[in-house]
Design a protein around this ligand. Structure first.
Ligand SMILES: *[C@@H]1O[C@H](CO)[C@@H](O)[C@H](O)[C@H]1NC(C)=O
Ligand SMILES: *[C@@H]1O[C@H](CO)[C@@H](O)[C@H](O)[C@H]1NC(C)=O
Ligand SMILES: *[C@@H]1O[C@H](CO)[C@@H](O)[C@H](O)[C@H]1NC(C)=O
Ligand SMILES: *[C@@H]1O[C@H](CO)[C@@H](O)[C@H](O)[C@H]1NC(C)=O
Ligand SMILES: *[C@@H]1O[C@H](CO)[C@@H](O)[C@H](O)[C@H]1NC(C)=O
Ligand SMILES: *[C@@H]1O[C@H](CO)[C@@H](O)[C@H](O)[C@H]1NC(C)=O
Ligand SMILES: *[C@@H]1O[C@H](CO)[C@@H](O)[C@H](O)[C@H]1NC(C)=O
Length: 222
């Protein structure tokens, strides 16, 4: 195409236009059109800052060259004006879970299953008012199950199985009226099965296998 050019000025004007277009389509310039609240970006950066291992390099491009709605695993919604999903299932990530993860305003799906996150589940996750699906299964998480998770009143699926959780099942979880799946299996949970779980009238699947539970199965479960 360059060979067909009649003169240099045509070449330079074309080059100028193409440079201009390149700049126009550069992510930073398109950021205004992307959904997402700055609060979500800060939460994502805080989340990223506590990841100590990323052998697959999945978070390498989670930087300012790209709008955060385009970062690996992130889903944004125009209608909801923010991050509605963070799915980093099986990405060989290690580190702790920043309590800032509780700052996502409109997140519905948080799936960090199948990684090597350790440390505790932050009670701040109880701030996720719109979350429907929380999957932290198959990690190295310890500590207790925060009763604050019962504040996530839109939860339909809660998977904390295959970790090192200790303590009792918080009776407060019985208030999660939308809950259809509750997976707590393969942890070190102790105590008895709370009678309040009988209040989970939407429940379809309950797995508490491979723990250290004792006592009777409450009649309310029926
Ligand atoms: C987001 O990613 C898509 C697909 O890779 C790309 O077409 C688009 O320009 C990117 N937008 C921003 C703002 O980064
Ligand atoms: C971002 O979220 C904050 C806190 O909820 C809110 O006050 C603000 O209006 C939001 N900004 C946009 C652009 O939606
Ligand atoms: C962002 O990530 C991309 C892909 O890994 C890389 O090429 C680019 O240099 C990074 N930008 C910054 C500002 O770090
Ligand atoms: C949680 O994620 C794992 C994959 O890592 C998947 O096998 C499992 O079905 C998920 N659990 C729920 C309840 O969605
Ligand atoms: C959850 O709700 C309880 C009772 O209303 C409240 O004390 C607690 O601070 C809430 N936790 C979070 C993380 O919002
Ligand atoms: C879990 O329970 C097993 C069996 O009682 C015990 O050997 C192990 O040390 C416990 N692990 C944690 C993290 O509490
Ligand atoms: C939940 O169940 C417990 C024990 O079965 C019961 O005492 C309590 O009133 C129930 N709470 C709600 C909100 O239904």
């Amino acid at each position: 195409m360059l060979l067909c050019m009649k003169n240099y000025s045509q070449f330079f004007s074309l080059a100028f236009i193409s440079m201009f277009l390149t700049h126009l389509s550069f992510p930073e310039y398109a950021a205004a059109d992307m959904p997402g609240n700055e609060t979500d970006k800060l939460a994502l950066l805080a989340f990223k800052s506590q990841i100590t291992e990323d052998s697959l390099g999945v978070l390498a491009s989670s930087n300012n060259s790209f709008h955060f709605c385009n970062w690996t695993g992130v889903t944004c919604s125009n209608e909801q004006k923010g991050v509605t999903g963070l799915n980093l299932n099986g990405k060989r990530l290690a580190g702790t879970l920043s309590s800032d993860v509780g700052n996502f305003l409109v997140i519905k799906l948080l799936d960090l299953s199948g990684n090597s996150f350790h440390g505790e589940i932050s009670p701040e996750l109880g701030n996720l008012g719109m979350i429907q699906n929380l999957n932290l299964s198959n990690n190295l998480l310890g500590g207790v199950i925060p009763s604050d998770l019962s504040n996530c009143s839109s939860l339909t699926s809660l998977a904390l199985d295959h970790n090192y959780l200790i303590g009792q099942v918080p009776p407060e979880l019985g208030s999660l009226s939308e809950l259809r799946k509750l997976y707590l299996g393969s942890n070190n949970i102790t105590g008895s099965v709370p009678a309040s779980l009988g209040n989970l009238t939407s429940l379809q699947e309950l797995d508490m296998s491979y723990n250290h539970l004792k006592g009777e199965i409450p009649r309310t479960i029926a």
